[in-house]
Design a protein around this ligand. Structure first.
Ligand code: APR
Length: 280
């Protein structure tokens, strides 16, 4: 990287080269990996940002440690902190961001190979990305079941319980176990869909990593499965994971929505993106 080039020029040159790569090399298979940072602009706090992150703001739930709110053994003892949080995070109150719409645009253009998300807010689906294109590595609020006998729990009853901050229990009276959304808690296995698709990044022509601290395994290993010669673009407030260590890595450090707008602009898709976002 030339030191004497002002960052702005360097960035626009970099964006131009990425856009050229996508158009001239007929990139067809873009793998996207995302985290909570793409939904903060929708009003959903992320986890680890110093002041605004969820883990900095759970003190009022007097947890032994912040991540206990998503710990299965803690939940079994005391489900109330999670259900207090669920009331705030439950889908339906938030709108997809420009970043979610950018991923829909990739799909519409036939360029999306797969979208791996750690988010549980279902905003990717709400933006119109088809379910089969998404790997919700940490599950989502889309379904729920008893943690003891695994009996599914009806969506309508779940929505009501969350709205009323009640802790739902298994419908089978002989069981009466706690009901939990199909979100992957610490101590639980990731969905089979994650393991089935985890080598897919090796088939990508381009990887875009957005809004994640890459601090939770095994998701955090996904960018390392991208082939050495495949460019990886990080769009994030801060540099994370091993991104930037490879010759073809591109760092767009800053807000996700600003980053995807710059990338869309370099590709000549900005009007299309803004129009899609207005309609979402
Ligand atoms: N634009 C760009 N980057 C952002 C923005 C934004 N508007 N807002 C936050 N970020 C960045 C932060 O700087 C941070 O690097 O997004 C990242 C968010 O990191 P985390 O809060 O750790 O969220 P995430 O990586 O999704 O967490 C992974 O941890 O608690 C578990 O299961 C939970 O899925 C979650 C996992």
């Amino acid at each position: 990287v030339e030191d004497d080039v002002p960052p702005q020029t360097l960035e626009s040159r970099t964006l131009e080269s990425v856009a050229k790569y996508i158009t001239e090399r007929k990139v067809r298979r873009i793998v996207v990996m995302t985290g909570a940072g793409i939904s903060t602009a929708a009003g959903i706090p992320d986890f680890r940002s110093p002041d605004t992150g969820l883990y900095a703001n759970l003190a009022r739930l007097n947890l032994p440690y912040a991540e206990a709110v998503f710990d299965i053994s803690y939940f079994r003892n005391n489900p109330l902190p999670f259900y207090t949080l669920a009331h705030e995070l439950y889908p339906g109150r938030y709108r997809p961001t420009v970043t979610h719409c950018f991923m829909k645009l990739l799909y519409d253009k036939g360029l999306l190979l797969k979208l791996f998300t750690q988010n549980i807010d279902c905003l990717e689906r709400e933006a119109g990305v088809p379910g089969e294109m998404i790997v919700e590595a940490h599950g989502s609020f889309a379904s729920q079941r008893c943690i003891e006998c695994k009996t599914e729990f009806p969506d309508t009853m779940m929505k009501k319980a969350v709205q009323e901050r009640e802790v739902p229990r298994c419908l089978r009276k002989t069981c009466n176990g706690l009901v939990k959304p199909d979100i992957v808690f610490f101590g639980e296995a990731l969905p089979e869909a994650f393991h089935r698709n985890r080598t897919l990044p090796a088939a990508a022509d381009l990887a875009i990593i957005m809004g994640t601290s890459l601090s939770v395994q095994p998701f955090a290993s996904l960018p390392s499965y991208v082939r050495e010669e495949t460019p990886r673009i990080l769009i994030n407030l801060e540099r994370v994971g091993g991104l930037g260590s490879r010759a073809d890595d591109v760092l767009l450090l800053g807000e996700c929505d600003a980053g995807v707008r710059k990338l869309a602009d370099a590709l000549g898709w900005l009007d299309e993106l803004e129009d899609l976002w207005q309609r979402t």
